[in-house]
Ligand binder design. Structure first.
Ligand code: GMT
Length: 373
């Protein structure tokens, strides 16, 4: 198939999944065209069957807000025609589903089909805002196919947007060969001494990720046993988090790793992963941790119960309950057998339910189904 992928080229979950999906599809002999405003973080264009098309969002003094949505629609229409694409797969509804729909109208070619994958904040936060609600609902109802990354997200989308069209649940996936537990003593020694536990958190440091709760939970853990906290990622809450680390005098125990290309290396040496988000439609970082045999302590919100099996691969606590999260964390860190059992079950879940091979196959099946309608 000839497939166009529209996504945000950032380290965020939707961009990561879109990029990994495109790479995997290209290895399965599909021709994949990425259409983005930057080269996606995990993409190398030298790979076979992969093309990259830059969306150039031209500015003009009159524009207070450069019209990205239109530049994307224009570029998508151009790429559809030039490369005779059969399918556009947009990731993140706002504004990608609308731009893709517009491109479809522009080329007037009914044989190209549009699919959007809903990721989470595009629906629950941005899409529901009155500024974007009508256009998001319209695009969802008028695309040829819609997928959601969890049952939870499919359900809330239908309820909140009052839509009756089918939403196919295709969960996120992980490359279990790359995300694997590693015995990397030199890397481990770089971050911690042998008696210290390594606790990790990865996110885009937006307020809904509750990164300060990671620090507060860690502080309670570190009172009971020697531990280090590795914070991977960057974003709006970075300053507030740093300030909290300083206020609690945790500078020696907390390391900020900012944007990392190889998060799997750090997950591979971690003892526990914390994700206390206010909302999470899936929690890709938790899945990547599980694939590396790292037990997860997260909040019981959104689609996280579909990923983390509470009491088997980690624990889920009520959102904001730092006391409960730190107790769960200590329970795992102080019990070697439990930690190993949770780690193995996490890896098993990743391999059985969320492997790249199986889920990319589900996308291929869905593409064929949509193309045949
Ligand atoms: O808000 C974010 O965390 C970023 C966002 C994204 O699109 O990059 O993440 C969402 O999509 C991820 C990939 O499907 C999911 O794993 C995250 O759970 C989801 N974030 C939220 O629902 C908050």
């Amino acid at each position: 198939m000839k497939i166009g992928i529209i996504c945000y080229p950032t380290f965020g979950g939707s961009g990561v999944i879109a990029t990994e999906l495109g790479k995997s599809l290209s290895e399965r002999e599909h021709e994949v065209h990425f259409i983005c405003y930057n080269l996606p973080a995990r993409l190398t264009t030298s790979a076979k069957n992969i093309y990259f098309h830059l969306v150039d969002v031209v500015s003009y003094p009159l524009f207070k807000f450069p019209p990205y949505t239109l530049a994307l629609a224009s570029k998508t229409a151009e790429v559809i025609e030039k490369y005779k694409l059969e399918l556009i797969h947009a990731h993140y509804a706002v504004p990608h589903s609308a731009s893709a729909h517009l491109a479809h109208q522009i080329v007037g070619n009914k044989s190209v089909k549009i699919i959007t994958t809903l990721h989470g904040t595009d629906i629950r936060l941005v899409g529901l805002d009155p500024s974007y609600f009508r256009v998001t609902k319209y695009a969802i109802e008028n695309n040829n196919g819609i997928t959601a990354v969890s049952r939870y997200l499919a359900k809330v989308t239908k309820e909140e947007f009052c839509i009756t069209c089918n939403i196919r649940v295709i969960p996120n996936f992980v490359n279990t060969s790359r995300f694997i537990k590693q015995s990397n003593p030199s890397l481990r020694a770089h971050y911690a001494s042998p008696d210290e536990k390594i606790i990790t958190h990865i996110s885009n440091f937006r307020s809904l990720k509750q990164v300060p709760d990671v620090v507060l939970t860690f502080e309670k853990i570190a009172r009971q046993l020697p531990a280090r906290l590795l914070l991977i990622g960057d974003g709006p809450e970075f300053g507030r988090t740093l300030e909290l680390v300083n206020r609690l005098s945790l500078q020696q125990q907390v390391t900020f790793l900012h944007q990392l290309d190889n998060v799997q290396d750090v997950l591979g040496i971690s003892d526990l992963f914390l994700l206390p988000s206010e909302m999470e439609s899936f929690g890709l970082a938790a899945l990547e941790a599980m694939s590396c045999e790292v037990p997860v302590v997260a909040s019981a919100v959104g689609g996280l119960p579909e990923v983390v099996e509470p009491g088997a691969s980690g624990f889920l606590a009520p959102m904001g309950n730092i006391e409960q999260m730190s107790q769960y964390a200590l329970q795992i860190l102080e019990d070697k057998q439990m930690a190993e059992r949770f780690g193995s079950r996490g890896r098993e879940i990743a391999r059985i339910k969320f492997s790249e091979e199986a889920i990319v196959g589900e996308y291929e099946d869905y593409y064929r189904e949509v193309l045949s309608n």
